[in-house]
Design a protein around this ligand. Structure first.
Ligand SMILES: [Mg+2]
Length: 438
């Protein structure tokens, strides 16, 4: 049976969230963006601002020239994540075959729903209304039997629209469009086509048979072949649903006899943290909450079958730290585990100890949603540098694990300007390093 795929895309998502928080913005031109050293681009803007010609990706100073009254709002990613999760939760109640492609866009396979005698438009309308009724947020929906066509269709009737383009309709619904309206083709690329007498999406779709192909292929590169496939509705139609969703990762250990020794407990915590971070990275996730779970000798009650349940029933204790960013690095995560332990649990005996990571996000998804956030870019740049060094890091980690203490570290962790200097080590370690005169 043919698939029915929806692309659901929130209209001017960040702007809608800001309007919900601050209803007076609804009647004013607003844009979300952040200036750094006086420069910056618009991340998104509401439809009033769009009437002035302001668009996503435009430099802020240019947008301000077009629209002098433009209100610039700094992005509040926590709010966007909050609403994004609510939206995906509603969509998930209709079908759990979802591929989340960014903070405000996803593909949903509704093939199963169609079996119940209702057509795709009925379900699209139902999902759209449910999101609007519950959250006062408008989305636009594209319907198709092909993923790429559903995506293209979702952009055709914005805002608050529903449109379908099935494979057998591309001639009427897609090929007649001017080439600059095809997604992925900006004004400059469109001009290259126009200069060669190519004006419609149909010209793109049939380009391989035309003389202009070689000229454009040299100008545009590999991307051109992809665009040609897309203009023909050809692409991978499988939904990547892997993201669904680990809420937390935790590992724990129960001891036969209670343990008091600080060094032994730290070594246990380290092993548990290594396991948790390995799982985190294996699933391509990053975490924002680090928690430590303990049960001391006095408490007689049995551990419940899930840690969350046990915490809820207060049969075990949990202390947590909410980080100001998403993290996936062992050294840093372990430094928070140590901090929790040093702050709350020294000089106690335990017969149960565990490490948990919560508020998990897929890193691809984070990278997309945070692309306008400087700190986040910085984080990923750091991360890329890190992968170059990762073999060395692994070696250091292995040696340290073998000796059960931090006997080797990299010099740059000792530099004053290292952001994580204070957090990377327990107080004890820092005292040690100071004692060495470094
Ligand atoms: Mg959108």
């Amino acid at each position: 049976m043919e698939k029915t795929i929806l692309t659901i895309d929130v209209d001017a998502f960040f702007a809608q969230v800001e309007e919900i928080k601050n209803p007076k913005y609804k009647k004013k031109p607003i844009a979300i963006g952040k200036k750094i050293n006086g420069k910056g681009v618009i991340s998104t803007c509401n439809y009033i601002a769009r009437k002035y010609g302001v668009y996503s990706g435009e430099p802020i100073f240019k947008a301000k020239k077009k629209c002098v009254n433009l209100i610039l709002i700094e992005p509040n990613f926590n709010d966007y994540i909050f609403y994004s999760e609510k939206i995906f939760k509603i969509i998930n109640s209709f079908s759990n075959i979802i591929e989340i492609s960014s903070i405000d866009e996803c593909y949903v396979d509704i093939t199963k729903l169609i079996k119940n005698n209702q057509n795709a438009f009925f379900w699209a309308k139902k999902i759209q209304s449910k999101i609007f009724n519950d959250l006062k947020i408008t989305v636009s929906i594209g319907i198709s039997n092909r993923k790429i066509l559903a995506k293209i269709a979702s952009k055709r009737k914005k805002p608050f629209g529903i449109y379908s383009i099935y494979q057998n309709e591309i001639k009427e619904k897609l090929w007649l469009l001017p080439i600059n309206e095809f997604h992925g083709i900006g004004l400059q690329t469109a001009r290259k086509f126009n200069n060669l007498n190519l004006y419609k999406v149909e010209d793109l779709a049939k380009l391989k048979k035309k003389d202009q192909y070689t000229i454009l292929r040299n100008m545009i590169g590999k991307n051109l072949d992809l665009l040609i496939d897309e203009a023909n509705g050809i692409g991978n139609d499988n939904l990547d649903t892997k993201e669904k969703d680990l809420k937390s990762i935790s590992f724990h250990e129960t001891f036969k006899a209670p343990i008091l020794d600080y060094k032994i407990l730290i070594a246990k915590l380290k092993k548990l943290t290594i396991k948790a971070v390995q799982k985190l990275n294996y699933r391509n996730l990053a975490t924002r909450v680090v928690f430590l779970i303990t049960k001391d000798n006095k408490s007689e009650s049995r551990i419940e079958n899930t840690i969350e349940k046990a915490i809820l029933l207060r049969k075990i204790k949990s202390k947590r730290i909410l980080l100001d960013h998403y993290e996936d690095n062992f050294e840093i995560i372990f430094s928070f585990v140590l901090k929790l332990f040093d702050d709350h649990y020294q000089e106690k005996e335990f017969n149960f100890i565990g490490v948990g990571l919560g508020e998990l996000k897929n890193k691809i998804y984070l990278k997309k949603q945070m692309k306008f956030d400087d700190d986040f870019n910085e984080y990923f740049i750091k991360k890329e540098n890190k992968t170059i060094n990762s073999k060395l890091d692994d070696l250091i980690l292995n040696i340290n694990s073998f000796f059960n203490q931090k006997i080797l570290i990299k010099g740059n962790y000792l530099l004053k300007d290292n952001k994580y200097q204070d957090r990377s080590f327990s107080n004890r370690d820092q005292i040690k390093f100071k004692a060495w005169g470094k």
